[in-house]
Design a protein around this ligand. Structure first.
Ligand code: 0A1
Ligand code: ZN
Length: 897
């Protein structure tokens, strides 16, 4: 590997020795040669300090201090350094760049016919020379000058101050952002767009202009996003007491984007997939994704922009908190207008989705070579730390604080956080301090000192549960014992000893008939009552026992209700106990969890049987549970879908030691087919009951019906049931919305014979050839149903495929390598070689995306042979490359260490 690894440590943080009060930027936009003139008003905070500015992939033209050319500076290794002789001065730097050649999609780049910027985390240095770090906050005045015909819209952050025509068909616009901001929140857009807009009023009565800019011809697909934005604004006012501080809030759509979206102050830039939707082209999941990402970026306006991060080690300060806020927003939107029972069920479905996502993607990260605390202590490339841990586990850590404080206490903590830090760049500790101040006041001085370990230690703790029931005394003693192995870089620190975590552990008890047992907590320490006859045990030490009195029979334990902490639970359930929970637990999350645990144990047992070439048979208890839940009239469709679905393959893989992907895949297929065969008629009637030809509405009830119908179809097609296949074909042909169309084609492509699918597959392609977002779906369908690498290579030759578009790369390459176990893990190892080839090719174009793709092999050491050795070879072939990016180098180095 070419780049020598350079690690940055959190402990090395030093404040920047200068204040940059004001930044005046002038852009003369040309796709191949853009000139940027940057005039900064600088004040020295320290005597005699050296001014260090970052700059990458840009050409330095000239530097002036107070109008005089500066000649004594050093410029090497992307750093521009000099010692100013004055303590307050204007620093002007002229530089140029080539946006059309910028395939990294960081800094200023061209996508389609338009200009876009992406500055988080360290993209501003690709635009101009600047201290590219989040604790340098300035006021920005931006002048954009470009050809008027090609770029009629010129946008930047804040308010439009003026616009005017210039000579030679050019024009310019001047923008002013009155709020101090770090440079990672800077944005510029220039191009021609459709606009959808709306004026709205904030709670205090201020009028705000909400706008969505999207490519020409797509303006009729932005209604849902604009409505989602308005709902986000209203929700943040109501639930968090936070009001929009701008007169104008813009969202701009681009098709070339490394991530989901970006919260630039007043000018959010979005990946098209999180804005554009209409019933014919977007699925229910797309609609929900749009609502949540629009919410997420909007909520950043307070949690991220008004209060930002001191340094990038604090990324979870804004991301964990904002993910928690978007999760709550989505849950509140799903539960809105529903009666209490249905609302609880809708909120639970959202929780199940989030927890499944965490277990499928964050748990493996926390057990692999990239494991890091939600506040990392070191990194080589910050772009690699926009992780599931920082985002999703970060959100769980915020959620635990919410659980410990309650809604009212948590909101009090939020107000205190803003009171202390509005307008500042702060740390995760500052946030916890604000929350802790409320906790102490409410819990007689108890503090968050143990809780803070969630920020400093990586790994998923396990909680071992032991129940001792005393028939005589009628007591149930519950002992919780926590443990967490050292993971990732922790392993290299010999003197590091893991400290206990503060784990809020929500439990309930059921009797053998499935009724809730009321829990008497008199005299018990570290315990709080919760809903549904449950209690919250506050585990802060390695092991603790709680003794419950008046328990008349041996209880069945309902554990970690609502996933009250990001841990794994170990408890020796009998199948019969799990079956009672599956049918009766009054906590709907725990009831779902029991179904998953029950069937997971069975799938893992069958995986073992496959390894040992033993015959397979499904435990009849599973059939009883599925039969009960298929017909329980009290369950709504969305929840029922989750309770009847099989566990995620990724979650199951985590439980195998070593990982045998093909055997697991076979076991899953066997279980799916058994459940399909035995309950075949009920699946058919369920399908018929929920299949409706109503007008499309993306509300939770309709979404639930479509998901249960499509689940039924999947079961039926897994056994190639002729009636099922006919239903799927008809559903495809008559589909009036993309959820129905995708549900049908996906089941057909994954399970039916080619003869049954070819026409439909072609029809889909021809119908949507001109819609890039739908073609991403088509590529993803091919990727996950392909039988071999050869098919993927052929698809790469399709004129619509390009390595330059991240969405297309994610659709074909990521999907194949991450979601097609059967073909990717074929015993010949061919797909691993293919993966390595593509990582290398992609790295030369877009290091951020390449490094993400490189993480496919993170957990290679845990695989069984022959996979393990083949994966290692593939990794080594990448490591041998001479011109690898810093991003990919870090991932490969860590994987091989
Ligand atoms: N802050 C954004 C995520 C984001 C990060 C990096 C990006 O470019 C490489 C783009 C977006 C969010 O949390 O939504
Ligand atoms: Zn975010």
């Amino acid at each position: 590997m070419s780049v020598s690894s350079h690690t940055i440590y959190r402990k090395d943080y030093r404040p920047y020795p200068f204040t940059i009060e004001r930044v005046q930027l002038h852009f003369a936009l040309e796709p191949q040669h853009t000139i940027v003139t940057n005039t900064m008003h600088v004040i020295a905070k320290e005597h005699n300090a050296t001014m260090v500015l970052n700059g990458e992939d840009i050409e330095l033209q000239a530097i002036y201090i107070n109008g005089k050319a500066l000649t004594s500076y050093e410029y090497s290794d992307n750093l521009l350094q000099f010692k100013p002789s004055e303590t307050e001065f204007d620093l002007k730097i002229v530089s140029s760049c080539n946006p059309s050649a910028n395939s990294t999609l960081m800094g200023l780049y061209v996508s389609g016919q338009s200009f876009f910027t992406q500055c988080e985390a360290e993209g501003f240095r690709r635009i101009t020379f600047f201290p590219d770090r989040p604790d340098v906050m300035s006021e920005y005045i931006v002048t954009i000058e470009a050809d008027k015909k090609q770029y009629p819209y010129l946008l930047s952050n804040g308010n439009l101050i003026s616009s005017q025509d210039l000579d030679n068909g050019r024009h310019q616009a001047v923008w002013h952002d009155p709020f101090l901001k770090p440079c990672y929140l800077f944005a510029l857009v220039a191009g021609d767009f459709d606009i959808r807009e709306k004026t709205s009023h904030t709670r205090s009565g201020r009028e705000v202009l909400l706008q969505i800019y999207s490519d020409k011809g797509s303006g009729d697909q932005t209604l849902w996003a604009l409505d989602s934005l308005e709902r986000s604004i209203q929700w943040d006012e109501k639930r968090f007491n936070l009001e929009l501080d701008l007169d104008r809030f813009m969202i701009v759509v681009t098709h070339d984007f490394n991530m989901g979206a970006m919260e630039n102050k007043g000018l959010n830039i979005f990946n098209a997939v999180y804005v554009l939707a209409d019933p014919e082209t977007a699925t229910d999941a797309n609609y929900m994704g749009i609502e949540s990402v629009v919410g997420h970026e909007y909520f950043h306006n307070w949690t991220g922009n008004r209060v930002t991060c001191r340094d990038w080690f604090q990324l979870s300060l804004k991301e964990g908190l904002t993910v928690f806020r978007d999760q709550e927003f989505s849950a509140d939107m799903a539960a809105r207008l529903l009666p209490p029972e249905a609302a609880l069920s809708a909120r639970t479905v959202k929780r199940i989705e989030d927890v499944t996502h965490l277990r499928a993607a964050q748990f493996p990260e926390d057990a692999g070579p990239m494991a890091h605390p939600i506040r990392p202590d070191s990194y080589q490339e910050i772009g690699n730390f926009y992780t599931m841990t920082v985002y999703e586990k970060g959100a769980e850590v915020i959620r635990m604080q919410h659980t410990l404080l309650g809604e009212e206490g948590f909101q009090q903590g939020m107000q205190e956080y803003f009171r202390r830090h509005d307008g500042q760049a702060v740390t995760c500790d500052d946030f916890v301090n604000a929350m802790e101040s409320v906790y102490k006041a409410r819990h007689s001085g108890k503090d968050f000192s143990v809780f803070r370990h969630w920020y400093s230690q990586a790994g998923t703790p396990t909680v071992n549960v032991q129940l001792d029931y005393d028939t005589h005394q009628q007591t149930a003693s519950i002992t919780l014992t926590q443990h967490c192995d050292k993971v990732g870089v922790e392993k290299l620190q010999a003197d590091m000893e893991k400290k206990p975590f503060h784990i809020p552990f929500h439990i309930g008890m059921l009797n053998q008939a499935g009724q809730a047992i009321p829990l008497n907590i008199e005299g018990l320490e570290d315990i709080t009552p919760t809903l549904q006859n449950g209690v919250l045990l506050d585990l802060k030490v390695p092991s603790q026992t709680w003794v419950f009195k008046g328990i008349k029979e041996r209880p069945i334990l309902s554990l970690l209700r609502d996933f009250s902490a990001p841990v794994s639970v170990i408890y020796d359930y009998s199948f019969e106990e799990l079956a009672v929970l599956c049918a009766h637990d009054s906590n709907p999350f725990a009831r779902w969890e029991a179904t998953q645990e029950l069937i997971s144990r069975e799938i893992l047992r069958l995986t073992q049987c496959i390894q040992e070439e033993k015959s397979l048979a499904l435990n009849p208890i599973i059939h009883q549970v599925w039969q009960h839940n298929l017909s329980d009239p009290l369950l709504d469709a969305a929840y029922r879908t989750w309770i009847l679905a099989l566990p995620s393959e990724k979650v199951l893989l985590e439980r195998l030691h070593p990982i045998t992907p093909l055997a697991l895949n076979k076991a899953l297929q066997f279980v799916r087919q058994s459940l399909a065969t035995v309950h075949r008629d009920v699946w058919i009637s369920t399908y018929q009951h929920y299949h409706a030809q109503e007008d499309y509405q993306p509300d939770p009830i309709s979404i639930g019906k479509r998901s249960l119908k499509n689940l039924s179809l999947n079961y039926l097609l897994s056994i190639k049931d002729p009636e099922g296949i006919a239903l799927a074909k008809t559903q495809y042909q008559q589909a009036k919305n993309m959820t129905d169309r995708m549900g049908a084609i996906s089941a057909l492509l994954h399970y039916a014979d080619k003869a049954d699918t070819e026409t439909i597959n072609q029809d889909f392609y021809q119908r949507f050839e001109n819609n890039p977002l739908v073609m991403d779906k088509w590529f993803a369908l091919q990727a996950t149903s392909a039988q071999s690498v050869k098919t993927i290579r052929t698809l790469m030759d399709n004129p619509l495929f390009t390595l330059r578009n991240p969405n297309r790369v994610r659709a074909l390459l990521f999907q194949f390598c991450m979601n097609n176990t059967e073909a990717f893990h074929q015993n010949n190892g061919e797909a691993y070689t293919f993966w390595a080839e593509q990582v290398i090719a992609l790295d030369a174009i877009n290091p951020e995306v390449a490094a993400r793709f490189a993480r496919v092999m993170d957990n290679w050491q845990r695989f069984a042979e022959p996979h393990k050795t083949q994966m290692q070879k593939a990794l080594q072939s990448i490591a041998q490359q001479t011109a690898l990016s810093k991003n990919t180098t870090e991932i490969i180095e860590k994987a091989l260490s």
